[in-house]
Structure formats: C-alpha cells, structure tokens
Design a protein around this ligand. Structure first.
Ligand code: NAD
Length: 440
C-alpha cells in the first residue's frame, strides 16, 4: 500500500517506520526542514528503543522516505495518516491548527480517492472538521477516519508492532477494509481490532488517557493518606492492585504524571466536557492533585534545607518524564529544578538520554554530567525524578563519600527506606515515612 504519514514526531516516525517494515511504501512528511534533513542523513531526532535499525533497514530497502514536500507525499499515496502535534491551546483545548493545516493541504493535493486517518489525538468532532477542510477544494471522494494511537514513549516500536488493541473509527466499509488490511500484520497474535463510529474512536483515546491519569492521581492521594497516618503505600498498592477487578498497572505513586499526552489530554477532555455541559469534576480533581504533587520534592527539600538555597548544590538524577525516553514535556523535573534555581541553588543534573532536551529548557542555568555519580560531587542533597534502571542499585558508600550531606529525596520510591537509612542516608520518598540513619 502507498502511505503518507504527515508529521514525523514520536508518533509519525514510529508509525511510518513500522508500516514500512510490513512492506508498505511509506513517505513521511514534515514541515520541519531540520528534522527531515537529519532523518535523510540517517540521524534519528528522538530517542526511542528499536527505532533506529527499523528506519535504517527500511530506508535502505527503499520502502521508507522522508520529505518536506507534504503535497507530493499526499499525491503519491492512497492512505494518508495525520500525525501532527495537537498541543494545548491557552484555554486547555486541543489546538487543531496543525491538523487543519494538513487537512487543507490534503484537500489541495487530492488527485484520486483517498483514506485520510487522524492519528493525532483530537477532540470528538474533529474528523468532521477535517472532512470540511478537505472538501473545500477536493474533487475526489475522501474517507475520513480516526485511528487513535496508544503507543507509549520508550516502548513505542514494541507497542506499535504488538498493540493491545487497534481502535478504528470509520465512515465507510471501504475505509474499514483498507485499515483492517493495513493492521492485519500487527494483530496476528489475536489483539482486537475494534471498529466503531468516528466520534466513539475519538473519545476512546481521551477516555483511556484520562483513566490512566486518574489512577495515578488516585494513588498519589492514597500516598498522602499513608504519609499522614504512618502506613506504607507499597503495601497498600499491592493490596489494592492484586484485586483482579483493579489490576496492578498505573498504581505507582510518584511526583505526578507528565509527558506530552496525559496533561494535555486530561485538560482537553475537561474542556470538551464543559462545552458539552457534562460534569468534569473527577478530572478537574485529577489535574489539581497532579499539579500539587509535582511540587512535592521541592516542598520537602525546602522544608529541610530552608527556602534560601544560595550556596547549596543539589544533584538531580533523571530529567525525562519517564525512563527510556528523552521527552521532557511537562516533566516534574522542570518544576523542581525551576524552583531550586529560583531559590539560588546550583543544580547538577544527570539523565542517560535527555541532556539535549534539557538544554532546550535550562540552557546553561544548570550543570550536566555524564555519569550519575559525578552529579553528587559536594551535593547537599540528591533529588530523583526518573526511575532509570541504572539508578536502582547505586553504590551508597560511594555516594556518601562524595556528597556534602547524605540526604535523598526520591520521587519514584526506588529504594527500601530502611536499607537506605542503614547506609547512612536521610531518605524521603512518596507515601512512606521518612527515615534517618540510626543515631542521627
Ligand atoms: N508522543 C506520544 O507518546 C503520543 C502517543 C499517542 C498519541 N500522541 C498524539 O499524536 C500526536 C503527535 O504527537 P507527537 O508526540 O508525535 O508530536 P511531536 O510534536 O513529536 O511531532 C509532531 C510533528 O508534526 C510536525 N508538523 C506540525 N505541523 C505540520 C504540518 N502542517 N505539516 C507537516 N508536519 C507538521 C512537527 O514539525 C513535528 O515534527 C499528538 O496529537 C499526540 O497527542 C502522542
């Protein structure tokens, strides 16, 4: 099949590479000239495990190409995926200007019947707007479908290749057939292909992300109760999650959800619900709790070291909003670090892959180091934002030697509190009582 994927970000690039892997001819188009130049030079602009060989192999096989010429990509294809960004507008709604700009280009470039699929996360009703935009100029029939993407950054290739389910909102039997055929190689092990009407598919994506965000805020709320009462959230989480009706996923307390999806998708769903006159109070509470959870580490650190941090050195482990990605959009680390800098601290940070992204946010306002231990040199405290695997079993003796003060604020509950205190550290984590070393 000849496919165009418009937008080569985390979603478009992964979708394009995976669709070419199953033998389709895929052209990925983006208006970002620098990005396309890098891709054509064999450089992958994002960190995503498994993506690089996939792109290399399919480029070499001639099944995958990159261009800035969006109209040419549309003309060359029977199926066009829209995978551009839908960032939050000032009022929290999804900003559709990129999606509708692509729809306009598609309309102007229609040279035959095409199936157009919105993969970007868009509010219910967007497919109708996309169709209107295309039909302003199109002289050929168009099918406008919704195929929301559920991949997780950090496991995006794996998720696309072996999805839990594929949701297809279709407007015609022809579109359903084309999409079923396209996805057949990815669902051979029995994952469901759920065919539905377009508005239901559009809502499914927001409802799924909002449910996951709700679980996180819910457990962060429970963690606060544990802290207030002397209970241990790890035990509560296990007790709750082992109920088959509830399950264990997305029940880890922490420093709030971030990333490019949950924050903006919950906001956008709240906005849609308000517009439709539907009570959104559950999601409003989820958002409020998340916002205050993001300041947890900063609040604890200033309670301990004071509000004036002039002359203090704070080590940061982890900048990305979660492991296995370099994405820092809405990362809790930004909230902590900006607060530390405002209070005069010197921040030295380590992240295995997000240094380039961090530069975009902080420039040279913070120091960057290549190994996590280097960050600890003379540090008055260590703050942990991301549960990268190499942080899980550190050499505590080595840490104690180089830090000015043995003090850890762990936003991801990486360690056993008693064990860390036995190593001589004062240790603050989430939903568990702080620990101090014996005799301190
Ligand atoms: N990142 C995720 O994990 C994820 C998961 C599921 C769904 N989504 C959704 O997928 C969509 C894309 O997300 P992303 O993270 O890949 O975004 P991104 O910001 O990484 O990439 C978007 C790309 O679209 C390009 N673009 C913008 N306007 C364009 C135009 N008119 N023509 C061609 N290209 C254009 C940009 O240059 C950019 O490269 C969003 O709606 C997002 O909510 C993202």
């Amino acid at each position: 099949m000849k496919i165009a994927v418009i937008g080569t970000g985390y979603v478009g690039l992964v979708a394009g590479a995976c669709l070419s892997e199953t033998g389709n001819d895929v052209v990925c188009a983006d208006i970002d000239e620098r990005k396309i130049a890098r891709l054509n030079a064999g450089e992958i602009p994002i960190y995503e495990p498994g993506l690089e060989p996939l792109i290399e192999n399919n480029l070499a096989a001639g099944r995958l190409s990159f261009t800035t010429d969006v109209p040419a990509a549309v003309k060359a294809s029977e199926v066009v995926f829209i995978a551009v960004g839908t960032p939050p507008d000032e009022d929290g709604s999804a900003d559709l200007k990129h999606v509708l700009a692509v729809a306009r280009t598609i309309g102007e470039s229609m040279n035959g019947e095409k199936v157009v699929i919105t993969k970007s996360t868009v509010p219910v009703g967007t497919a109708r707007l996309v169709r209107q935009e295309i039909e302003k100029t199109a002289k050929h029939p168009v099918h406008v479908c919704s195929n929301p993407e559920f991949l997780k950054e950090g496991a995006a290739v794996e998720d696309f290749m072996k999805p839990d389910r594929v949701v297809l909102g279709v407007d015609s039997e022809h579109a359903a057939e084309v999409l079923r055929d396209l996805y057949a190689p990815f669902v051979r092990t029995g994952a469901s292909v759920l065919i539905m009407d377009v508005p239901s598919a559009e809502i499914t994506k927001y409802a799924a992300n909002s449910m996951l965000a709700t679980r996180i805020s819910f457990m962060n709320m429970v963690a606060r109760l544990c802290e207030a009462t002397g209970a241990n959230v790890d035990s509560v989480r296990r007790g709750v999650g082992s109920d088959g009706r509830i399950g264990t996923s997305f029940l880890f307390p922490g420093i709030g959800y971030g990333g490019s999806c949950f924050p903006k998708d919950v906001k956008a769903l709240v906005k849609t619900m308000r517009e439709m006159g539907v009570d959104a109070s559950i999601l409003e509470a989820v958002e409020d709790l998340n916002a205050s959870q993001k300041t947890t580490l900063l609040d604890r650190l200033t309670a301990k070291l004071g509000d004036d941090l002039t002359g203090k050195v704070i080590a940061v482990w982890g900048l990305a909003f979660k492991p296995n990605t370099d994405d820092m959009r809405e990362a809790p680390s930004i909230v902590t670090i900006e607060g530390l800098l405002e209070r005069g601290a010197r921040v030295v940070a380590h992240d295995p892959v997000a240094e380039e992204e961090a530069h975009r946010h902080f420039g040279d306002r913070i120091g960057y180091v290549k190994t996590n231990y280097e960050a600890l040199d003379g540090a008055d405290a260590l703050v942990i934002h991301t549960e990268w695997l190499p942080y899980r079993h550190p050499d505590f003796a080595r840490m104690r030697e180089v830090m000015a003060r043995p003090l850890i604020f762990d936003g991801r509950n990486l360690y056993d509190p008693d064990a860390v205190a036995d190593e001589g550290f004062e240790y603050h984590s989430i939903g568990r009582q702080p620990r101090v070393p014996a005799g301190a």
